[in-house]
Ligand binder design. Structure first.
Ligand SMILES: C[S@@+](CC[C@H](N)C(=O)[O-])C[C@H]1O[C@@H](n2cnc3c(N)ncnc32)[C@H](O)[C@@H]1O
Length: 223
């Protein structure tokens, strides 16, 4: 069982959340917020309550998650949100992996003020999550969690993205949370099919390399 299924807390550290809340408090984001990967909804509750406790207009939220992280995840998330004073009519759940949930976005063309990427940390999936940035408004905030050496799929995808798109500026890194601002609308859609394919291939070869390395080191330790 995942720890967050029991504690119902955010999987983002206190220090990271403080940094995120500082940024959210300084900006006046009113448009829809998107969280990709919610676990027990701990971070979602806290973001919602930042707006509520400041008496600010509460934005709508989209939550994308296949809800298979732990048993009865969706029910647990909803109960958690209700117990923390969240109005569920403000939350739209897309119960699917991000690449499938994207179809809703393609048909509805939403506009987000805020996107938090915290789903699968594999390179292919993070790259697919970045497709959602085409729906991020100019001046909007993109965050990615687990941007650390432990998750090369996250760091590599984000670093390549930042290198390619100069209209996105990293404004803060705190522990493993990176906060990025979309300063200008992009001239083209950010992520192409070719970029996703390349990311998938890279992830595949990285996995093979890792397992060969592991086998070699086990063999050496036995001899
Ligand atoms: C690290 S947890 C999220 C933590 C949460 N953001 C928080 O701050 O408490 C990862 C979540 O991503 C979801 N997930 C895994 N793969 C996904 C995918 N491809 N698309 C969307 N969500 C995914 C899992 O079901 C899980 O709920």
């Amino acid at each position: 069982m995942r720890r967050s299924a029991i504690t119902l807390e955010s999987e983002i550290s206190d220090i990271e959340r403080k940094a995120l809340f500082k940024v959210l408090n300084e900006l006046s984001l009113k448009g829809t917020h998107l969280e990709i990967g919610t676990a027990a909804g701990g971070t979602l509750c806290e973001i919602y309550n930042i707006y509520k406790s400041a008496g600010r207009e509460i934005p709508n939220f989209w939550v994308v998650d296949p809800m298979k992280y732990f048993p009865n995840q969706l029910d647990i998330v909803k109960k958690n949100l209700i117990s923390k004073g969240v109005d569920l009519t403000k939350i739209r759940f897309l119960q699917n992996i991000s690449s499938v949930a994207l179809k809703k976005a393609f048909s509805e063309s939403p506009e987000f003020d805020f996107i938090l990427i915290d789903g699968s940390h594999k390179r292919k999936y993070v790259t697919q999550d970045l497709i959602w940035t085409r729906f991020l408004k100019e001046g909007g905030i993109l965050c990615a969690h687990d941007y650390s050496m432990q998750f090369p799929g996250v760091t590599k995808s984000i670093d390549l993205f930042l290198k390619k798109y100069e209209n996105y500026k990293q404004i803060l890194i705190t522990e493993s949370l990176v906060i990025i601002k979309k300063e200008k609308t992009s001239e083209n859609y950010e992520i192409t099919n070719m970029m996703v394919l390349r990311a998938a291939m890279h992830g595949f070869f990285h996995q093979i390399f890792k397992s060969i390395k592991k086998r070699v080191s086990t063999k050496h330790s036995l001899t």
